[in-house]
Each structure stands twice: as C-alpha cells, then as structure tokens.
Write a protein that binds this ligand. Sequence first.
Ligand SMILES: Cc1cc2nc3c(=O)[nH]c(=O)nc-3n(C[C@H](O)[C@H](O)[C@H](O)COP(=O)(O)OP(=O)(O)OC[C@H]3O[C@@H](n4cnc5c(N)ncnc54)[C@H](O)[C@@H]3O)c2cc1C
Length: 132
Amino acid sequence: MVNAFRGHYLVAWPDGRIVAGATREFGTGYDPRVTASGMHEVLREALRVAPGLADATFEEFRVGLRPLAADGLPILGSVPGRAGLWLATGHGPTGLTAGPYSGKVVAEAALGLEPSSDLTPFGVARFSHSDE
Ligand SMILES: Cc1cc2nc3c(=O)[nH]c(=O)nc-3n(C[C@H](O)[C@H](O)[C@H](O)COP(=O)(O)OP(=O)(O)OC[C@H]3O[C@@H](n4cnc5c(N)ncnc54)[C@H](O)[C@@H]3O)c2cc1C
C-alpha cells in the first residue's frame, strides 16, 4: 500500500489491479453519486504519485460512505425501549479497524456477558434530550 501524503492511497492486488483512493467529503449526507470533481481528484493524485499508470486500463469507480455520529463516537449498545435491538455503527473512517472490536463487545453485551469495555459513553441514549 502506498500512502503518499494528502490522504490518498494506492493499493495493488495480486492480479495486477490497482485501487486508487479516495475522496473524503463532509456534509454531503448519503449522496452516493460519482462526481466529476471526485473522479478528477482521485485520478490526479494517483497519476501524480505513479505517472506510469497513465496507460493503465480504467475499470470502474466506486463510492462508499463513512457514516459518523455528530459527536464522532460510534454508536454501540442496546436501543432503549426496543428489546433485542442492538447497534454497532457510526465508525466513520475507522470501521475496518475498530469494527471487529465493537462487534465483539456488543455481542458480549447482547449475550448478557460483561462487555470487555464500558459501552456507556457510546450508547444511543446520549442523543436523547433531558426534556423529552
Ligand atoms: C473509501 C473508504 C475507505 C475506507 N478506509 C478505511 C480504512 O482504511 N480503515 C478503516 O478502519 N476504515 C475505513 N473505511 C471505513 C469503513 O469501511 C467503515 O467504517 C465500515 O465499513 C463500517 O462498517 P459497518 O458494518 O458499520 O457498515 P458497512 O460496512 O457499510 O456495512 C453495512 C452493511 O449493511 C448492508 N445493508 C444496508 N442496508 C441494508 C438493509 N436495509 N438490509 C440489509 N442489509 C443492509 C450493506 O449492504 C452493508 O453490507 C473506509 C470507508 C470508505 C468508504
């Protein structure tokens, strides 16, 4: 994996494919469109770092979202008033790294075991207002 400053990266796969990523857009909601400026940004940065890719065959653009809660913390734990419903979401740009551990502690709680970490700061109840 080549991580060449500015938050972009290149990942090479054994079959010769190269993945170039990625834009980071804030405040765009859940808009999954491939935009002209996004394509331009990713290709410009990839070719700046690896100009030899200019002759590569282009295959596809993909869009992924990085949903994040307003306070930046993931949302982990049970949903008050909804028995049996558990949340492990809102990891934003770090879900591949943190997601497996979040899944483990939420699974522990759902099974009635003592979670390996205190889930209280991550509970969805932190978004409910005291006057409701
Ligand atoms: C370009 C990009 C680069 C990233 N790089 C990194 C990185 O380097 N390191 C890192 O830690 N994280 C990275 N992330 C973030 C990471 O991918 C996410 O935080 C993580 O995937 C979130 O996991 P999740 O299980 O909460 O959601 P998701 O991975 O989005 O999984 C949700 C699943 O639910 C399914 N689903 C949705 N709606 C329904 C429905 N109604 N019924 C049934 N199924 C449904 C979806 O198909 C999907 O499979 C990156 C994200 C993007 C977009």
